[in-house]
Design a protein around this ligand. Structure first.
Ligand code: MV4
Length: 446
């Protein structure tokens, strides 16, 4: 096992990783920018290193400075959290070269999944169902038209280097296709320095359902069921739940087993999430995330497993703690992302938290680095915490969530909690009847 882990992240996830390290008896190193000197992840760490000024490019994304922090403190592993360098194949490769353990998959698996065309080809080869589309990149407009007509309109033009909704263009009809390809290409070139694009049949009303997996890197892998993350705004998830209200246990077992077998064949190592669109009873692979995700707690709540501890154990060379038959699912969990934003227009609302009173009680978890008197810096993501609620079934979970939202007091800044109070009362949400477009439509209503 590691003696000392450096956590290359900030906020609630840095704290989450620190807690796992402490339970494993591993010393922790926090890194921080000058904007985060007062952050909880710095206060609670065994050691901390200031790695630069507020811009992430000069601190949390700065590889030489992170290596220096490792060198100074003698850390033997780095946990990247989510965002920042978590899916940077070059970073993982550099750590491999320096004999510092990257707590995550191999740089090669990160690279494959970072290229959406290669990811899709890999998924297909491994027996995962994919969205009908071009086999690989489209090279010219005539070829694009031919493929689009075979698929049938509408089609979606996606950037190979995109992902998470970046670099997508919809072509509703043949007339719109040339323009969609051109715009997608030039936007992709500008954003990623890579203008390769591919085509997919556009699914009009899917849900976003993702499967959590763990591999040991030697051919053993398990799945931990799914999360339904259909409630999103501008490709930002705001509410995630497990299990998905749309699946029954047979459907869950079938997609879970498909993904598990695929990860065994791939010899995947560590935590991963395979993202699907789910429409009319069918799953369609869209992307794979090779990191721990923001919404991992809902899986922890229903499986009773600590996913970060599992990640650290695997990275140190230990086998998976559980066999697939030993994984059990209990009850229902929902996570609400508490953002420091105006709940109507979603404009960031940084500043000082003058009062902080989180909810508590049975089945309630608040993952946050916030505290009374903390000043949220304006330089980073607006996520300040996550409210996670567990219940023996979905209805109990919703009632508990309603109660927690009424208890939660955050003063001094605006947060997204009032939005969740509205959502939790809505009949469509209560009935689990929502797709990926539901939230945007709801927000457009006066
Ligand atoms: C799609 C799609 C419909 N059809 N692909 C958006 C983010 C990226 N991960 C994939 N995305 C989509 N891909 C096909 N073939 C619709 C979306 C999409 C979406 C997906 C998940 C959650 C929210 C979304 C919001 C808009 C579009």
């Amino acid at each position: 096992m590691f003696d000392k882990v450096l956590i290359a992240n900030r906020g609630e996830i840095a704290l989450r990783i620190q807690r796992a390290c402490k339970e494993l008896g591993i010393a922790t190193v926090a890194v921080h920018s000058t904007a985060d000197a007062d952050a909880m992840h710095v206060r609670l760490a065994d050691e901390s290193v200031c790695i630069g000024p507020p811009p992430a490019s000069e601190s949390y994304l700065n590889i030489p400075r992170l290596l220096a922090a490792c060198e100074i403190t003698g850390a033997d592993a780095i946990h990247p959290g989510y965002g920042f360098l978590s899916e940077n194949a070059r970073f993982a490769e550099i750590l491999e070269e320096h004999q510092i353990t990257f707590i995550g998959p191999t740089s090669e698996h990160i690279r494959i999944m970072g290229d959406k065309i290669e990811a899709k080809e890999t998924a297909k080869r491994l027996g995962i169902p994919v969205v009908p589309g071009s086999d690989g990149a489209v090279t010219n407009e005539a070829q694009a038209m031919k493929i689009a007509k075979q698929l049938g309109f509408p089609v979606l033009v996606k950037a190979a280097s995109g992902g998470g909704g970046r670099g997508m263009k919809l072509a509703r009809t043949a007339e719109e296709l040339d323009m969609a390809v051109k715009t997608a290409r030039s936007e992709a070139k500008a954003a990623f320095g890579d203008d390769s694009v591919y085509l997919e049949k556009y699914l009009t009303k899917p849900r976003h359902i993702e499967v959590q997996v763990f591999g040991d890197g030697k051919g053993e892998a398990i799945h931990l069921g799914e999360r339904d993350c259909s409630l999103q705004r501008r490709h930002q998830k705001i509410w995630e739940e497990a299990p998905s209200p749309a699946l029954n246990s047979e459907t869950r077992a079938k997609i879970g087993t498909t993904v598990q077998r695929a990860m065994q064949k791939l010899k995947y190592r560590g935590a991963g999430t395979v993202e699907f669109l789910y429409e009319d009873g069918e799953f369609y692979f869209i992307e794979m995330n090779t990191r721990l995700q923001v919404e991992h707690p809902v899986t922890e709540m229903i499986t009773g497993l600590d996913l970060v501890i599992e990640q650290i154990r695997i990275a140190s060379g230990a086998p998976l703690t559980l066999k697939q038959e030993e994984v059990t699912f209990q009850g229902h969990a929902i996570e609400c992302r508490i953002n420091a934003e105006n709940p109507k227009n979603f404009r960031p609302s940084p500043g000082k938290i003058t009062y902080w009173h989180p909810p508590g009680g049975l089945g309630v978890r608040v993952d946050s680095g916030a505290y009374q008197g903390y000043r949220i810096p304006p330089n980073y993501d607006s996520l300040i915490g996550k409210l996670i609620v567990h219940g023996k079934n979905r209805n109990e979970c919703l009632m508990r969530l309603k109660r927690c939202l009424s208890e939660f007091v955050i003063d001094g800044i605006e947060t997204t909690t009032p939005l969740f109070t509205e959502l939790v009362r809505h009949p469509d949400i209560a009935n689990g009847m929502y797709d990926i477009h539901w939230l945007e439509k709801f927000l457009q209503q006066p």
